[in-house]
Design a protein around this ligand. Structure first.
Ligand code: PLP
Length: 343
């Protein structure tokens, strides 16, 4: 029951000149034929999934992904007759084993939250293509400055442009980029679902994009410097940053990324209480759950998710149980390299 899409001149839910400008810049950055904008990152992920799967299909996601996407896989899509499987994204063979004849979509995210786990995007894209499944990669943590999944063979890229692309913590937006025909199909769904970005936010997004590469250079430098400093600190038991040679995904990350971003995670030897006390005493990093803006942020995942997840679920999601270790994730500042208040 396809209906004709609305025309941008007719009504802003169908698009806007601000959208066109920002989307064109993003398409160019990602090396895509076409990009579209949505009201939030999750608006991009859900409209893409609702466009690309139908009842009877099977979808593969990663064991470690953005929580909203996990919820889409576990709670939303199954209600519409779509089966979902989550795999360990550090294991290419796990994707191969999970692919079925009716797998229509493979959702990827690299690096992922909270342990910055790395997916071999080229290898998984190749496996999916052979099986006739589309790949859709969340490139939020990397940005096209550090990683361009389409060049690695991934079919479609999406973003929470709320983060690095917007860059100033003053807007929410999402992006999907890829081949024109697929992006146009997703755009038709976006209009029906109504997950359309406000024109003013598109204008703010364009403002953010103008400094994206400068900001990412600084994020990359700060992320690397802070990771190395923390790795050498006696109070820190573990640092998760794909730029470190000690990271299990470093070799793959070094192959597919040109910089490693401003987000890192680490565990304090002294455990849950110590992590909480440490965060409370930081002078520059604010306790807030976002990333990619010009300030420093820090979260204590074990405490943040304690109300929503059981200890077993926390463990499965890569968040250490509060009793023995804690993790902090920082998005490092772009404005000063001296804010790396080490424990
Ligand atoms: C924030 C985030 C999202 C969700 O984006 P919203 O703009 O909050 O809807 C998706 N993926 C990643 C990696 C994120 O960090």
């Amino acid at each position: 029951m396809a209906t004709e899409p609305l025309h941008p001149d007719f009504y802003t839910r169908a698009g806007n000149p601000n959208h066109e400008q920002a989307a064109a810049v993003i398409a160019q950055l990602e090396g895509a034929e076409r990009a579209l904008l949505t009201a939030t990152g999750m608006g991009a992920a859900t409209t893409a999934a609702l466009t690309l799967v139908r009842a009877g299909d099977h979808v593969i996601g990663q064991r470690s992904m953005y929580a909203g996407v996990t919820s889409m896989l576990l709670n939303l899509l199954p209600r519409f007759g779509v089966e979902c499987t989550e795999v360990d994204q550090t294991d290419v063979e796990a994707f191969e084993a999970a692919l079925r004849p009716n797998t229509s979509l493979v959702l990827l995210e690299s690096p992922s939250n909270p342990r910055l786990e790395v997916t071999d995007l080229a290898a998984v894209a190749e496996l999916a293509r052979r099986q006739g499944a589309l790949t859709l990669a969340d490139n939020t943590f990397a940005t096209p400055i550090n990683q361009r999944p389409l060049e690695l063979g991934v079919d479609l890229v999406w973003h929470s442009a709320t983060k690095y692309m917007g860059g100033h913590a003053d807007l929410m937006a999402g992006v999907v980029a890829g081949p024109t025909d697929v992006v146009e199909r997703i755009w038709n769904t976006t209009q029906v679902v109504g997950a359309v970005l406000a024109p003013f936010n598109a204008w703010l997004l364009l403002r953010g994009l103008r400094t994206l590469s400068l900001r990412m250079d600084r994020h990359n430098a700060n992320g690397m410097a802070l990771s190395e400093a923390l790795e050498g600190h006696p109070a820190v038991s573990r640092v998760y940053y794909p730029g470190l040679a000690s990271h299990p995904g470093h070799a793959v990350a070094a192959r597919q990324m040109s910089g490693f971003g401003g987000v890192l995670a680490f565990e304090l030897e002294a455990g849950h209480e110590a992590a909480d006390a440490f965060i409370s005493r930081l002078r520059y990093a604010k306790r807030a759950a976002s990333l990619g803006n010009v300030g420093s942020l820090v979260v204590h995942p074990a405490a943040m998710w304690a109300h929503a997840m059981t200890p077993a679920q926390l463990e499965a999601a890569g968040v250490s149980p509060g009793s023995c270790a804690s993790q902090l994730a920082l998005s490092t500042p772009t404005t000063s390299s001296k804010t790396s208040t080490a424990p």
